[in-house]
Design a protein around this ligand. Structure first.
Ligand SMILES: Nc1ncnc2c1ncn2[C@@H]1O[C@H](COP(=O)(O)OP(=O)(O)OP(=O)(O)O)[C@@H](O)[C@H]1O
Ligand SMILES: O=C(O)C1=C[C@@H](O)[C@@H](O)[C@H](O)C1
Ligand SMILES: [Mg+2]
Length: 183
């Protein structure tokens, strides 16, 4: 696949479960690096003119996943060199993993299920606008869904970074160091 590094050098991609801090950390990294920051979930909602919860409810998850792939394709084409935050499930498609790798360095933000449950429950907007993925519900499903996805996160990523136990600024610095080192 053709790498999409643009004039400003290669981009950065953050992958990881909901609540790992992709948006929070990604914004800090982009700001410090003077790069654009883009998000797959926001791009899906912008293109569809609906919330992710509405897309799941009205069209179903398979249609959402097709929209997600198109959003990834559009973002890597239109924002070379940007910091790109993925959705929690974006890495599950091999096509997406290839597109993300073509964009730049891929970093997996890792956190434990209990920490993710605390964050997701506390984030009222995310809790209200993102659907559960299984009948177990958005909090109870975390251990099983995270375990099922771990091989895909690992396969997608060049690096794993601990996303808990440190402030977002500190995590952003670690990622900046990896990115600028060209590791
Ligand atoms: N290192 C951290 N320590 C403690 N809390 C954090 C940390 N990083 C992010 N958070 C908090 O966790 C919540 C989720 O963060 P954020 O929205 O950035 O995650 P996300 O991966 O973008 O989630 P989503 O997939 O739902 O978009 C927010 O309330 C944020 O303030
Ligand atoms: O983990 C997931 O599969 C999802 C995470 C969110 O970022 C959204 O992309 C959507 O709610 C699906
Ligand atoms: Mg986010």
């Amino acid at each position: 696949m053709q790498a999409n590094h643009g004039e400003r050098g290669r981009g950065l991609v953050l992958v990881g479960y909901r609540g790992t801090g992709k948006s929070t950390v990604g914004r800090i990294v982009a700001d410090r690096a003077g790069r654009e920051f883009v998000e797959v979930d926001a791009e899906i909602e912008r293109r569809a003119g609906r919330s992710i919860r509405a897309i799941f409810a009205e069209d179903g998850e398979p249609a959402f996943r097709d929209m997600e792939e198109e959003a990834v394709r559009g973002l890597v084409r239109d924002f070379p060199g940007a910091v790109l935050a993925t959705g929690g499930g974006t890495v599950m498609r091999a096509t997406n993993r290839g597109l993300l790798r073509g964009h730049g360095l891929v970093v997996w933000l890792r956190a434990e299920p209990a920490e993710l449950a605390r964050r997701i429950e506390a984030d009222a907007i995310s809790f209200a606008t993102r659907p559960a993925l299984t009948a177990a519900g958005p909090l109870a499903e975390i251990p099983a869904v995270l375990a099922a996805r771990t091989p895909a996160y690992r396969e997608a990523a060049d690096h794993e970074v601990e996303a808990q136990g440190h402030a977002p600024e500190r995590i952003a610095e670690q990622i900046l160091a990896l990115w600028t080192a060209g590791a």
